[in-house]
Design a protein around this ligand. Structure first.
Ligand code: FAD
Length: 335
């Protein structure tokens, strides 16, 4: 049995721990913090939106991400919502919607009536939008906690507040330490977000508001909570949200629905997305034998299943391993 040390308990670390454990490896996850969730991962919106993301990303975001919702649903049944994504713009920004439509696919136009049918609380607020019906979302915190719970049940060991772990007990190290990884090609992309709570608004799906300067999205969560995100700032500074960013996110949320003006601000947060120059993730094998999964940028939940599969594929490829994969998953499901 291969003994693997996974460094980092963000979405990259937990997804690869899963893919290794189901293939029969003995997995230990070491995390410098006191809990799972990572730096960027805990702050994410949880959108599984490859077709929307294609607007500003390479085609690989679709090829690597189009099966992500299936992976999350298969791995943690019941956590994925498949209600699609609604993209809207105010009438003065109609050109933004036209541009977005030309740069993406797998969408249908939604007129005022269709928008009202999809999201009754947005009735009368937008004349035109785009529905990406094939997209999905999940609550990243619930997903990470459920994934860690499943991993523990499968025998994965977690070491928190872990310093340097002795490598002698392991055959392989997989480094998923995000922006902390010493890799000259990596850079940080600061993302500020907030969580609002209001009883006055209900949304069934993520809503993206296009705007020439401040595009935002609002992702609904349980109990009338809404994640509003996110800034994109070329910086690895993880200090508190700035007044300007807070103001801009709140203004944009208010522009989606004025009731957000009365919402409680439950939380503000800042995560640093790790990114390579082309904003695409990499599985790399280093000179010392370590494997890294990094550069997940805006797409950690969307692309980590494919990256985890690639990394696990470097270690396992025999049919015996696939049999053990099926057996481990069967045992978890019947428990
Ligand atoms: C505001 C915001 C919104 C986002 N929205 C989405 C979205 O809707 N959909 C989507 O798919 N993606 C989204 N993302 C992107 C996604 O969050 C990131 O791509 C992803 O979280 C990166 O995951 P990671 O595991 O590589 O890094 P991290 O989550 O940063 O995890 C790295 C972990 O490694 C630990 N660590 C560091 N050094 C060590 C060490 N030496 N030993 C052990 N552990 C160590 C850290 O403490 C941390 O826990 C968003 C990001 C942000 C900031």
């Amino acid at each position: 049995m291969r003994r693997v040390l996974v460094k980092g308990a963000g979405v990259a670390g937990l997804t690869v721990a899963h893919e290794l454990a189901v293939r029969g490896a003995s997995v230990t996850v070491a995390e410098v913090r006191g809990q799972i969730g990572g730096n960027a991962s805990w702050l994410a919106g949880g959108m599984l939106a490859p077709w929307c993301e294609r607007e500003s990303a390479e085609e690989a975001v679709i090829t690597l991400g189009e099966n992500a919702a299936d992976w999350w649903e298969r791995t943690l049944p019941g956590l994925v919502s498949r209600a699609g994504t609604l993209v809207v713009a105010h009438a003065r920004d109609a050109f933004e919607l036209a541009r977005f439509a030309t740069r993406t696919r797998n969408h249908q136009t939604a007129d005022e009536k269709a928008i009202a049918a999809l999201e009754p609380d947005l009735a009368g607020r937008f004349r035109q939008g785009l529905l990406f019906a094939g997209e999905a979302h999940l609550d990243p915190r619930r997903a990470l906690e459920a994934l860690a719970g499943k991993l523990r049940a499968m025998g994965v060991v977690f070491l928190f507040e872990a310093g340097e772990v002795a490598l002698s007990g392991f055959d392989q190290v997989i480094d998923c330490t995000g922006i902390a990884r010493a890799d000259d090609d990596l850079r940080g992309m600061r993302g500020e977000m907030l969580i609002l709570r209001t009883q006055e608004v209900s949304l069934a799906r993520p809503v993206r508001l296009l705007h020439p300067r401040h595009p935002i999205y609002i992702v609904p969560r349980a109990d009338h909570h809404f994640m509003v995100g996110a800034t994109m700032i070329e910086s690895d500074h993880d200090g508190p949200i700035t007044a300007r960013s807070l103001m801009e996110l709140l203004n944009a949320a208010y522009a989606v629905h004025p009731a957000f003006g009365e919402a409680e601000i439950v939380e503000t947060g800042v995560g640093v997305r790790p990114a390579y120059p082309d904003n695409l993730p990499r599985v790399k094998r280093w000179g010392d034998g370590a494997i890294t999964i990094n550069g997940l940028y805006r797409h950690g939940f969307l692309l980590s299943p494919a990256m985890a599969d690639q990394a696990a594929g470097l270690l396992f490829n025999s049919s015996a391993d696939l049999e053990s994969e099926n057996e481990a998953d069967r045992q978890w499901r019947s428990a």
